[in-house]
Design a protein around this ligand. Structure first.
Ligand code: ADP
Ligand code: MG
Length: 203
């Protein structure tokens, strides 16, 4: 079962990944965006770990909702509201339960990913974070490790795509040949989830 502490540890692990990979994320965003994706997420996830340090919510839903709110209020770029919505909607779908199964989390996460699609109007193949999140969602109920692998593969598969949403879409065909920064960071988040589960806490 997954409890509030599992989700807190996931977000702390995600923040560490973002910190480590921030320069790479910004470099990817400099090719097809405005070179701020790493700094946007670094600011957001630093604020998430700070708020979770101050206040340790008692349920998985409350941890994710609080983290999502924090991302929305601290990140100026498009990715803040999108990742914030992902976490908030996932948290809301988990309700008040003190512990959830992986299957239940997978269902809630799918609702969160659907909300990202609704907010940004993007779908599969538009060269966004959804190209990592959607394939991960499909296998999350079966295995966190498989979800991490699917997200990584999905992020890599954005290279030949032309962006149809977000800032990169302004480049038209010139967006082809570069990996999407948001899909890359989404893969980091799912990889952090798998690592957290491997390090104990996910039965
Ligand atoms: P900004 O584009 O405002 O500078 P960031 O650089 O932080 O914001 O984030 C860019 C990433 O956000 C993109 O690489 C893409 O994955 C994601 N993104 C942008 N627009 C959308 C959208 N409409 N739907 C889903 N993801 C999007
Ligand atoms: Mg940007």
């Amino acid at each position: 079962m997954l409890d509030a502490d599992f989700f807190r540890r996931w977000l702390v692990a995600a923040a560490a990944s973002v910190e480590r990979e921030a320069d790479r994320l910004t470099e990817l965003d400099s090719a097809i965006g405005d070179a701020d994706h790493g700094s946007n997420l670094r600011r957001g996830f630093t604020a998430v770990t700070a708020v979770l340090d101050e206040d340790a919510p008692a349920t998985p839903g409350a941890v994710l909702t609080l983290a999502g709110r924090q991302l929305i209020s601290t990140v100026g770029g498009a990715s803040g509201p999108l990742y914030g919505t992902l976490l908030r909607r996932t948290g809301k779908a988990l309700g008040e339960e003190a512990e959830v199964t992986r299957e239940r989390f997978a269902e809630a996460f799918a609702a969160g990913v659907a909300a990202v699609g609704q907010l940004g109007g993007a779908g599969a193949g538009d060269k966004t974070m959804l190209d990592a999140l959607l394939p991960a969602t499909e296998v999350l109920a079966a295995s966190f490790d498989d979800a991490a692998e699917a997200a990584r593969a999905g992020a890599e598969a954005t290279v030949p795509l032309q962006a149809r949403k977000g800032r990169a879409s302004y480049l038209g065909e010139r967006s082809i040949g570069h990996q999407d920064p948001g899909a890359t960071s989404a893969a980091l988040l799912v990889e952090a989830l798998a690592r957290t589960a491997r390090n104990g806490g996910a039965a």
